[in-house]
Design a protein around this ligand. Structure first.
Ligand code: FAD
Ligand code: NAI
Length: 461
């Protein structure tokens, strides 16, 4: 086999692409992975990992400055070393992306640096060099959506990428969009001292998540000091003397507000620029997402796509699962992605975590259901953690008791949710969760109590 011929060429080395490349190599394929920027994609470089690093550091800074007294810990003067915080974040990113390089070496995945372009007939052009493969997997991910009236300038009107690397704390930040990025990065800069105003088009935060718990999160964030304006549009922005003047519209009323940084976080769009999809007839929908069938094959035989560049939630674990399933299908195995059990977490404090259907979706689909709830304030461990905000809500089928959705607003909800995802994966009933022994004292006991409460049988309320 010539050096530039492979069984599989993966375009994009984000969590979808690099995981698919490793799995394909495990399955015996000769694999190359083309990446135009850094290994690890959005998630490792400018997404999941750096944002969680800053969320952790900023929460510690905030606690050290305001809430350790109650534990009997006197900290004295607490100072922010933003440079040090950013250095820690960058070193985590370096370590993780270096880890992928090591995994590629271990699994004999060839890393090709450059822009991958579909050249037809199983060929991929990388900056003028042509490679061929029996199969091609597109995992080119997504980029921040730019609002035409608020174009990014990289300094004052910024996307999440710049908001992860500011070199000083802005006095005031306006955030457009109360989704995952707006709330997570809004929280980071607020904890570090910025005044933060979040402007959202719809009528509440995290509009796709369970309404009751989203409202709960909104109230806690308001208590923490974030300001929200709902049903509000950002009309335009003008940078003058180092400040951004933003025009906001609510109904027919408009008003302008000045800030130091304007973070626009209104969603992401699939990356297909430069991929050459149009030239080879690759089918995409009106939002530019590549269309695939049940085994992730596009309309072009032998060309597959997964992750943020295809329809579905834009989440790292969804991209990974699709990557693994796609190459398993290619190898004649039974790939598996359960779209009914995709976990979704917003890493604020408390965290909002959910899997399955929301109460609004169950009601809209006319599914007969019952709900069990348990307040976090009734959980012993939560008191020891000094984190009593939130609740667990379990939605189960009224007749079969099968769990349809689990929603958790709590500190460490991301970790608690794993049990809920597993329960849904195994089609558990609420009673299955209720009768499972949970270690005491732990936050997941709140999940058990919510499950008991589906039949009004919670012990501790
Ligand atoms: P990507 O990670 O976007 O990777 C695609 C890669 O392809 C990129 O490296 C790109 O350079 C490369 N590429 C594109 N076109 C070409 C080409 N033509 N040739 C060569 N290379 C190309 N998700 C979570 O699940 N949890 C989180 O906590 C979370 N936090 C996030 C925080 C932020 C601030 C952001 C922005 C996103 C976050 N996400 C999170 C979303 C997550 O990052 C994405 O869902 C995930 O990275 C998608 O993986 P992917 O492999 O499909 O694409
Ligand atoms: P998002 O889709 O989560 O939220 C965007 C918000 O902006 C929505 O509430 C929407 O109603 C609002 N909006 C849209 N247009 C608007 C406008 N013109 N004016 C005001 N508000 C407007 O998108 P976000 O936060 O940018 O995140 C992008 C993607 O990255 C998401 O798909 C998300 O899943 C992923 N992500 C995941 C994280 C996690 O899993 N913890 C963290 C960060 C991002």
């Amino acid at each position: 086999m010539a050096d530039n011929t492979f069984d599989l060429i993966v375009i994009g080395a984000g969590p979808g692409g690099y995981v698919a490349a490793i799995r394909a190599a495990q399955l015996g394929m000769r694999v190359a992975c083309v990446e135009k920027q850094a290994l690890g994609g959005t998630c490792l470089n400018v997404g999941c990992i750096p944002s969680k690093a800053l969320l952790e550091s900023s929460e510690l800074f905030h606690q050290a400055g305001s809430s350790l007294d109650i534990h009997g810990v006197k900290t004295g003067g607490v100072e922010l070393d933003l440079k040090g915080m950013m250095k820690r974040k960058s070193s985590i990113v370096r370590r993780m992306t270096g880890g992928i390089r090591g995994l590629f070496r271990k699994n004999n995945v060839t890393h090709i640096s450059g822009l991958g372009r579909l050249a037809g007939d199983g060929k991929v052009d990388v900056d003028g060099d042509v490679y061929s493969a029996a199969r091609i997997l597109i995992a080119t991910g997504s980029s921040a959506i730019e609002l035409p009236n608020l174009p990014f300038d990289g300094e004052y009107v910024i996307s999440s990428t710049e908001a992860l690397s500011l070199d000083e704390v802005p006095e005031k930040m306006i955030v457009i969009g109360a989704g995952a990025i707006g709330l997570e990065l809004g929280s980071v800069w607020h904890r570090l001292g910025a005044e933060v105003h979040v402007v959202e088009f719809l009528d509440g935060v995290t509009p796709t998540m369970d309404r009751e718990l989203s409202l709960g999160l909104q109230k806690v964030l308001e208590k923490q000091g974030l300001r929200f304006s709902f049903e509000t549009r950002a009309e335009s922005a003008e940078v003058r003397d180092g400040k951004v003047i933003v025009t906001l519209a609510q109904g027919d009323e408009t008003a302008s507000e000045t800030c130091d940084r304007l973070l626009v976080a209104v969603g992401r769009r699939p990356n297909t620029d430069g991929l050459g999809g149009e030239d080879v007839g690759l089918e995409m929908d009106d939002q530019g997402r590549i269309l695939v069938d049940d085994v992730f094959e596009t309309n072009l035989p032998g060309v597959y796509a997964i992750g943020d560049v295809i329809p579905g939630p834009m989440l790292a674990h969804k991209a990974e699962e699709e990557g693994v399933a796609a190459v398993e299908y290619m190898a004649g195995k039974a790939g598996h992605v359960n779209y009914d059990a995709i976990p979704n977490v917003v890493y604020t404090h408390p965290e909002l975590a959910s899997v399955g259907l929301t109460e609004e979706q169950v009601a809209a689909d006319d599914i007969p259901y019952k709900v069990g709830k348990f307040p976090i304030t009734a959980n012993g461990r939560a008191h020891t953690l000094q984190a009593v905000d939130g609740q667990v809500k379990i939605i189960a089928h009224e007749k079969t008791d099968r769990v349809l959705g689990i929603h958790i607003l709590s500190a460490r909800a991301s970790d608690m949710l794993a049990e809920g995802v597993l329960a849904m994966e195994f089609s558990a009933s609420a009673e299955d969760i209720a009768r499972t022994m949970h270690a005491h004292p732990t936050l997941p006991e709140a999940l058990k109590e919510a499950a008991l409460n589906v039949e009004d049988e919670a012990i501790h309320i």
